[in-house]
Design a protein around this ligand. Structure first.
Ligand code: SF4
Ligand code: SF4
Ligand code: SF4
Ligand code: F3S
Length: 339
């Protein structure tokens, strides 16, 4: 059994959502999937997408018991799409654009908010797809064995011939990366909807093409390949350099999407705070993004990963060679995608 994997370098993500648009136009702009973002890019710290997805107590506990979590509400926790009064503005009947409803939440409602007090405020972008986990909670939770993991590449798929819309897969996934499609009804079988999710663009991979979200990524942050291919960037970053880490390893599903964690500038001391602006700021040894927060997201290995990144960056800056920095610079698509 092989495992196809993705590594995303969070130091280069622009939050441009080109990946989101690539996935949406390819897979989710029709047939009841319109509300779904199989690929989303959220701001962290933040509520994420769907709202508060990390707080559902889903996945596996330390003893290997499945935790059923719960179901996000459609549409409230995903966000109700709204339109603007374009026609009125165009016809001169209104001067400013206004939403056609009174939205109170949406995907990326808290974009770019982050946390911290200026000048020590911080945030970063976290792009997310299904992790095609090695121990998928979605698969284990389905009473109809409608979710399977392919032997040839480890891609996790919903079998729509078996899915009866039970939705335990959605409850159990701690990343909330399975979505319910109420329009996939089969009345003769009493089925009032079915689940759908990121398919890792398997029809493209089978043709030797990278997933749409990776190919279109403007920041060139996404590398894909097989975890046992020692020539692949994913192998080198995950296994050799150990700078790519899974999101929330404590959820127990063993994700196969990995992140190069974000470096951050040092914090200013109290002289740098706005009330003391006239004194000017002095930098401390503390990173702007709190280490405890990064450990919560990426596990305790994040400290070593950041140290390796910093050391290799310093080497490159001095004109020395660095295999890791050359990988992260991502000179050529042909090297980033080993399929
Ligand atoms: Fe299943 Fe969720 Fe893991 Fe995807 S991220 S394989 S949906 S448990
Ligand atoms: Fe969408 Fe394909 Fe990316 Fe999955 S791998 S999020 S299906 S574009
Ligand atoms: Fe980030 Fe790339 Fe998506 Fe832009 S396209 S938001 S750089 S992952
Ligand atoms: Fe199973 Fe989820 Fe369908 S639990 S039946 S795959 S909705």
């Amino acid at each position: 059994m092989r495992q196809f994997a993705m590594v995303m370098d969070l130091n280069k993500c622009l939050g441009c959502q080109t990946c989101t648009a690539a996935c949406k136009t390819q897979w989710t702009n029709r047939f009841g999937r319109e509300y779904m973002y199989w690929n989303n890019v959220e701001t962290q710290p933040g509520q994420g997408y769907p709202k508060g997805y990390m707080d559902y107590n889903a996945g596996w506990d330390e003893k290997g018991n499945l935790k059923k979590g719960g179901l996000p509400r459609i549409p409230e926790d995903y966000g109700i799409p709204w339109e603007y009064n374009y026609k009125e503005v165009l016809n001169g009947d209104a001067k400013t654009l206004k939403p056609d409803s009174e939205p109170s939440w949406g995907a990326n409602w808290d974009e770019d908010e982050g946390e911290g007090e200026y000048p020590n405020s911080y945030f970063f972008y976290l792009p997310r797809i299904c992790n095609h986990c090695t121990n998928p909670a979605c698969l284990a939770a389905c009473p109809n064995k409608a979710i399977h993991k392919r032997k040839e590449d480890g891609i996790v798929l919903v079998d729509l011939k078996r899915c009866k819309g039970v939705r335990d897969c959605i409850s159990a996934c701690p990343y909330k990366k399975v979505y319910f499609n109420p329009s996939r009804k089969k009345e003769e079988m009493g089925i009032a909807g079915q689940s759908e999710k990121c398919i890792f663009c398997f029809p493209r991979i089978e043709k030797g093409l990278p997933p749409a979200c990776a190919k279109q990524c403007v920041g060139r942050i996404r590398h894909v390949g097989y975890l046992d291919d020692e020539d692949s960037h994913v192998y080198k970053m995950v296994k050799k350099w150990k700078v790519a880490l899974p999101l929330r390893p404590d959820f127990g599903t063993i994700p196969n999407v990995y992140y190069v964690p974000p470096l951050s500038p040092p914090k200013f001391n109290e002289k740098g705070l706005p009330s003391n602006a006239s004194i000017g700021g002095e930098v401390t040894d503390e990173p702007r993004i709190p280490m405890e927060f990064l450990k919560k997201l990426f596990g305790s290995e994040v400290e070593n990963a950041l140290k390796t990144l910093k050391d290799e960056m310093d080497k490159k800056a001095k004109g020395e060679k660095s295999e890791l920095m050359d990988i992260l610079i991502a000179y050529k698509h042909s090297e980033m995608f080993k399929i």
